[in-house]
Design a binder for this molecule. Structure first.
Ligand code: C2E
Ligand code: CA
Ligand code: CA
Length: 658
């Protein structure tokens, strides 16, 4: 309460200006008292100087004075409460967000002490202890975090704390599960979570008023929710790193482990082995998933036993396990040792065979995931060539695989840029020499006028699935060419198109065939689809149905590379096949001292089964004469014509005066 006129006529107003503007004290209430009503215009003064009240001396009776003062004090308290609440709440909200980003309970607890001290405006001196639910250690609270001079007590039992009052506060907070205060400090009960009861001590000599206390309650609730969430987060990160079925580290965990090793600069001398169980899918299918699960658990156990710390055993996929460790402990020759004796799975004796690939870490360039990739490539190679063995990485393997990947990338680009073309190789009637048809063969021209051999890139396209799109384009282009031939008067020439297994078994295969027929308006009887014998005979029940469907659409069908597969004669008889195409290796071996018995056999077989027989790869007159003597129907080969571009084909046909 100030007089306006003091040392100077404006001293009161000047003081208010200093309080508000210089000292920036905004919450204190100020009552101005003046004798002269005209001296300070009421409204302006109150507005400009944030004055709570303005009274004339003559107005101020005792009761009015009392009322003015109590009102001012009350509103001061309200302002303080709102301010403190705002600041504290803001801090609590911020702290929970910050605390949750901390990794692990100790860092979290450390953060709690710091935030709590901030809230109380005291230096960060304090500690947090937990009384675990764990039966064995019940009653013995442990200090899990501390700040200030208490730091030395981290991970010690609470009984090591020799400040009696602090220990006492913490114990009574844990016992009563509530906040406890005394004149030196306070112990806040932070709730009970899966880990046990938790309490936090901070030394604070300031007396806590009601606002502070209710804010602290809020802080505690908030912290205990945080602590619960933290447990949840830890569990989640466990899920992210532990394989639930077998309890081993998973792929993520393995990657981290390898990464740490790499970052420590200790590449040399470390090995990564990745192996999987041969025919696990069959074991699973025939003996049931539960059985399969138990087998995986048993495998995990054996690997762990054989390769304990410092090795890391991980499960990186269905039946794929990894062992990572120094070569002093992880010896390639020992990797398969755990599988030399049978497993006892639910009373069954189960022998398994395992194939593995090994990569020395110093031969991997790049990150940890690269090592896993490389080891998987080695494993994959081992699976095709050396089942049941351990194959050690050599850089040529990976180079090879990388080259193939590069090639596939280039093939995609070439296809998308429409750089692929078809060549056509005539097929002739051996008896009359008439051209019966042509076979479409894919060509990939590269810059220098050379071609990438289809034998190199077709298998890649098949493995990657690109063959499906590519195959449709081939079929479409070949049938358009067939129409072109027809327009030029060659209307009895057939078109042969090779179908790969991925195309044949693609779910949309029949639709594609129909679509291309409609688009090109071609008579399906003029089209001969070539499927290799090995494809047709693999998965016979499924594929023969597909072939039936194709046949029913009106296409002709040939079995390509015949003699190299393993046809069952009874199936062959039932298959809707028009033609057997003798593989060129048999045709050509006739010159090389072989008597050509296989060719003879196939020609006879064709006759018996009432199918046409064509010989491919005919290069010499001798071969042709031999085939003629056997009564082979059709021929194809360099002796007659090489595969050629469409324009050349037209010229060739003209020249032969077909
Ligand atoms: P394929 O279907 O057995 O094709 C016959 C291969 O023998 C062709 O090789 C052809 O150029 C070659 N050839 C023809 N006559 C002779 C001969 O007298 N002597 C010798 N040494 N070779 C002869 P190409 O064009 O290199 O194709 C190789 C394989 O690539 C084909 O074997 C086929 O499996 C695949 N292929 C080629 N084009 C396509 C296609 O458009 N689609 C699919 N799915 N596969 C294709
Ligand atoms: Ca062919
Ligand atoms: Ca062939």
């Amino acid at each position: 309460m100030l007089d306006v006129v003091m040392e100077t006529p404006n001293a009161g107003l000047d003081l208010v200006a200093i309080i508000r503007e210089e000292l920036k004290v905004t919450d204190s209430r100020i009552i101005l008292r003046t004798g002269q009503p005209n001296q300070a215009p009421e409204i302006e003064v109150i507005r400009d100087y944030d004055i709570n009240d303005y009274k004339l001396k003559s107005e101020l009776t005792q009761s009015k004075l009392y009322a003015a003062l109590t009102t001012a004090v009350r509103s001061y308290k309200q302002i303080r409460m709102i301010e403190a609440g705002k600041k504290g709440l803001d801090m609590i909200v911020r702290s929970s967000a910050e605390l949750l980003s901390k990794n692990g309970l100790n860092a979290f607890a450390q953060g709690v002490i710091i935030h709590l001290s901030g809230l109380l405006s005291v230096p960060p001196e304090g500690l947090i202890c937990v009384r675990r639910n764990d039966k064995r250690r019940e009653g013995q609270p442990e200090i899990i975090a501390a700040a200030g001079h208490y730091c030395v007590l981290i991970d010690k039992p609470l009984s090591d704390l020799n400040e009696e009052h602090a220990r006492h506060l913490l114990e009574s907070s844990l016992d009563s599960r509530s906040n406890v205060y005394d004149k030196f400090g306070l112990a806040l009960y932070l709730g009970s979570s899966a880990r046990g009861d938790m309490s936090c001590y901070v030394s604070s000599a300031t007396q806590l008023d009601e606002i502070d206390q209710s804010l602290l309650e809020l802080f505690c609730t908030n912290i205990s929710i945080c602590a619960d969430n933290l447990t949840l987060l830890e569990q989640l990160s466990n899920y992210a790193y532990i394989d639930e079925l077998v309890g081993l580290p998973n792929r993520n965990a393995l990657i981290e482990k390898i990464q740490t090793t790499l970052e420590n600069g200790s590449r040399a001398g470390y090995l990564l082995a990745i192996g999987d169980i041969d025919n696990f899918a069959e074991i699973n299918a025939s003996l049931g998933q539960k059985y399969g699960d138990r087998l995986l658990q048993a495998v995990a156990k054996r690997l762990l036993k054989r390769f304990p710390d410092p090795c890391v055993v991980a499960r990186v996929g269905g039946d794929t396990f990894a062992i990572f460790g120094p070569d002093t402990h992880l010896k390639p020759e020992n990797v398969l040792v755990p599988f030399l004796t049978e497993f006892d799975i639910s009373g069954e004796e189960q022998m398994i065979s395992v194939t593995a690939g090994i990569v020395p870490l110093d031969e991997v360039d790049g990150a940890a995931s690269e090592a896993i990739k490389d080891a998987s490539i080695v494993l994959k190679m081992a699976k095709t060539h050396s089942r049941g063995e351990v194959i050690r990485f050599n850089s040529a393997m990976i180079e090879n695989a990388k080259d193939r990947l590069e090639l596939l990338k280039n093939l995609r680009t070439a296809f998308d840029m429409e750089r692929l073309v078809l060549n056509y190789q005539p097929k002739l009637c051996l008896e009359t020499g008439r051209t019966l048809g042509v076979e479409a063969l894919l060509r990939w021209p590269v810059d220098d006028g050379e071609f990438v051999p289809p034998g190199h890139f077709i298998p890649l396209a098949e493995q990657s699935g690109l063959i499906v799109r590519l195959g449709e384009w081939i079929l479409h282009t070949a049938l358009m060419e067939l129409q072109e031939l027809k327009r030029n008067g060659w209307d009895d020439i057939h078109m042969s198109v090779n179908l790969s297994v991925a195309q044949l078994q693609h779910p949309a295969m029949m639709k594609t065939l129909k679509r291309v027929l409609i688009e090109t308006d071609v008579e399906p009887g003029m089209v001969d689809l070539e499927v290799t014998e090995s494809v047709a005979m693999n998965d016979v029940s499924n594929n023969s149905q597909l072939l039936e469907d194709i046949k029913a659409m009106g296409f002709q069908l040939s079995l390509d590379d015949f003699g190299t597969g393993f046809s069952s004669l009874s199936y062959l008889q039932k298959m809707p096949i028009d033609r057997l195409k003798i593989d060129q290796s048999f045709v050509q071996s006739f010159d090389k001292g072989n008597s050509g018995e296989i060719v003879e056999l196939i020609v006879h077989l064709g006759r018996t089964l009432n199918k046409k027989v064509i010989a491919e790869g005919v290069e010499t007159e001798e071969q042709a004469a031999f085939l003629k003597s056997l009564g082979c129907d059709e021929v194809q080969g360099f002796l007659y014509a090489r595969p050629m571009p469409a324009t050349k084909l037209h010229a060739w046909l003209k020249e032969r005066n077909h």
